[in-house]
Design a protein around this ligand. Structure first.
Ligand code: G4P
Ligand code: NA
Ligand code: NA
Length: 194
């Protein structure tokens, strides 16, 4: 996605060989026009895939997921990282390992919003080692629903999450795939800029 690649190059900050900071449009401040285009792009990429719900993880997955839900005309559910006062009934939970923090975090969703008949599109902002996506896949399976596909805003292809999920047979669509962050430079797997 050309617009996203341009945004990453102009506003992204390479913090290390492994970490890209995109706080100005995705992880802290949010660019609504870009999110709208991202939602449209996800809808196009999954136009041939039956989808009844979108499942993401708070907090940074929510903005792109809501825009995709708007274009695909399906509800959006975000799994929660903290225990909620009101989220108590029919709770589905899974543990997500964070490599960056070296800890497990419990993420939960109410089974009331996921039915066996649901075709679930999993969306997230970043794909690194794939732990978050695997957690969302687990929640979908616990609900007896089907994973329709996985959509990612920024995939770091030099980490193994994308390969793992594709080897498992999932349709993974990443709007920007980063090959390398070495020497403070963002290098895309395929450069879509004209
Ligand atoms: P993973 O195995 O699920 O791919 O995740 P990892 O533990 O490596 O990452 C933990 C958090 O850091 C996640 O956000 C993930 O989206 C984010 N992350 C991973 N790599 C990068 C990166 O290069 N740049 C940025 N900006 N974020 C990255 P989170 O803690 O769930 O945060 P949020 O959704 O509340 O923003
Ligand atoms: Na994040
Ligand atoms: Na995330």
């Amino acid at each position: 996605m050309e617009l996203l690649q341009k945004k990453i190059l102009t506003e992204g900050k390479v913090l290390s060989d492994h970490v890209l900071k995109v706080d100005s449009f995705l992880n802290h401040q949010v660019d609504p026009k870009l999110m709208k285009e991202i939602g449209k792009e996800f809808a196009e990429r999954f136009s041939q895939t039956p989808v009844t719900k979108i499942l993401t993880l708070e907090s940074s997955g929510i903005a792109p997921a809501v825009m995709a839900g708007l274009y695909m005309n399906v509800p959006v559910i975000f799994a929660r990282k903290r225990k909620s006062l009101t989220l108590t009934d029919n709770l589905l939970s899974t543990k997500v390992y964070s490599f960056t923090k070296n800890e497990y975090n419990e993420v939960s969703v109410s089974g009331s919003f996921l039915q066996k008949s649901d075709q679930v599109l999993i969306l997230d902002d970043f794909l690194a080692n794939g732990q978050a996506a695997l957690g969302l896949i687990d929640l979908t399976k616990q609900a007896g629903a089907t994973v329709a596909g996985i959509g990612i805003v920024i995939e770091k292809s030099f980490q193994d999450g994308g390969d793992r999920l594709r080897e498992m047979g999932f349709k993974v669509e990443s709007l920007a795939r980063i090959k390398s962050l070495k020497n403070k430079q963002v290098e895309f797997l395929i450069d879509n800029r004209k």
